[in-house]
Design a protein around this ligand. Structure first.
Ligand SMILES: Nc1nc2c(ncn2[C@@H]2O[C@H](COP(=O)(O)OP(=O)(O)OP(=O)(O)O)[C@@H](O)[C@H]2O)c(=O)[nH]1
Ligand SMILES: [Mg+2]
Length: 424
């Protein structure tokens, strides 16, 4: 994403029939547009944001003569579903879009440049310089969707989670006889007369998921806001692994992930019951009920093939999800609206010695000053020097041992400076 650049200020002089050269009248450039994320409940997923999608806000209009200011560009609004977490990994900024209508400015447009009219003063009556518009903020955003599901199906790959969601709801996730079939969470809804319960099928968890192995961490973040977890456990794993160990593996990952996942109410679903005899299935329900005691609010054996146990599981889910709506207030503090600009902090600069007779000056304020002006313009150059003096840059350079004739690079541009020169 990229905020729009600011429009350039204009260099212009009033022209009237009888006046050979009037006063300066170049207007200011308009500000570039911001890129803004807007939380829109009519959006369901992030499907339209394929990898590498670009969002660019428009640039501000350039200033014109006759004191005409350039137009401020409209913001580029990008609509995202509630639950979107946007992260600028480079800058380390994160926005959580939860409430409908909530806005987050993710890339600010550049400020427009001032026209030459703004530079007119007693000592400079015919300024032949104007500021250039600044570039907009630029960066990459990582968008994730935190699902607003009431219940989450968790379990090892291939446990039969997607098959269950398919039978429990009208959702149609992909089912296949190999692990990691589900790559993105899928939602389905159980509808009863009294209420709707949203169930999320998430990709299978592997050992180490809680510590970030595979995409586990990301997937578990999806179920953080659930109010019930349904642990789906394969009664007859094809790989011959032990269900007791498999159960412990998944529970350990939930604990490792933190964020209160392990404390959520739990149902145990013993899946693929058709692969064992009904006596074995019943015995398994008894064993697991005894083993887990009140750590679960129910144990149900199911088969996505015969449909056995599905009504019971559906009822258990509806019963075990605590009543009441999921409140957006449960979401973490929203940072987006608190983000402010602190120009004060940006005025600092740093002088460094690059070698004998070579210096460099860096810092956001000096970089902005250079970006603002056309350094091929003699008048602009003198203005920059005056500003550097005012900011204390020249003094700092002199203190660092700078002598006339030494090289100095300011924000990547080579300059010739004379600290002893009279104040300009
Ligand atoms: N016999 C039998 N097979 C089942 C049952 N449920 C699922 N399966 C099979 O088990 C395999 C895995 O099923 P999925 O529903 O894709 O499993 P999953 O847990 O979603 O797997 P991942 O998405 O990889 O984590 C498929 O071949 C299913 O047909 C069941 O109740 N009985
Ligand atoms: Mg699946």
């Amino acid at each position: 994403m990229r905020g729009g650049s600011g429009g350039d200020g204009s260099i212009s002089f009033r022209r009237e029939a009888h006046v050979p050269k009037g006063g300066p009248d170049g207007g200011d450039g308009g500000d570039g547009g911001d890129v803004v994320l807007v939380c829109d409940p009519s959006r369901r997923d992030l499907g339209e944001f394929h990898r590498g999608a670009h969002f660019k806000a428009r640039r501000g209009g350039h200033g014109e003569g006759g004191q005409r200011h350039g137009a401020t560009a409209a913001d580029m609004e990008v609509r995202v579903p509630p639950g979107t977490v946007a992260e600028d990994l480079e800058k380390g900024t994160r926005w959580d879009l939860v409430a409908p209508g909530q806005r987050a400015v993710v890339a600010r447009g550049g400020a427009g440049g001032r026209g030459n009219k703004a530079f007119a003063g007693a000592t400079r009556q015919t300024p032949r310089m104007a500021e250039r518009g600044l570039a907009g903020e630029e960066g990459w955003l990582d968008l994730r969707l935190r699902l607003f599901a009431d219940a989450g199906l968790v379990g090892l790959p291939n446990a039969g989670k997607s098959s269950l969601l398919k039978r429990l709801t009208r959702a149609d996730p992909k089912v296949a006889g190999y692990p990691f079939t589900t790559l993105e969470p899928v939602l389905g809804t159980i509808e009863t007369h009294e209420r709707q319960v949203v169930v999320a099928d998430i990709p299978g968890l592997i050992e180490g998921a809680g510590a970030g192995a595979g995409l586990g961490h990301e997937f578990l973040a999806h179920v953080e806001r659930c109010r019930l977890l349904v642990h789906v456990l394969d009664l007859a794993p094809l790989d011959g692994s032990d269900p007791v160990e498999n159960h412990a593996t998944v529970e350990a990952e939930l604990r490792d992930h933190g964020s209160g996942l392990a404390e959520l109410p739990r149902l145990l679903c013993l899946s693929k019951a058709d692969l064992v005899t009904s006596e074995e299935a019943e015995a398994a329900v008894r064993d697991w009920t005894a083993r887990l005691g009140d750590r679960v609010s129910g144990v149900v054996a199911t088969s996505a093939v015969t449909g056995a146990g599905l009504d019971e599981l559906r009822a258990a889910i509806v019963r075990s999800v605590p009543p009441g709506e999921q409140k957006p207030q449960d979401a973490p503090e929203v940072e987006a609206t608190h983000r402010t600009y602190r120009p004060g902090a940006a005025s600092a600069f740093e002088v460094s010695r690059r070698g004998p007779g070579a210096f460099a000056v860096e810092g956001p304020a000096v970089e902005r000053l250079i970006a603002r002006h056309d350094i091929d313009n003699e008048e602009a150059l003198r203005y920059i020097e005056g500003r550097l003096r005012g900011m204390g840059v020249i003094r700092a350079l002199a203190a660092a041992g700078f002598n006339p004739g030494d090289d100095v690079e300011i924000a990547g541009t080579a300059f010739e400076l004379d600290p002893a020169a009279p104040l300009g």
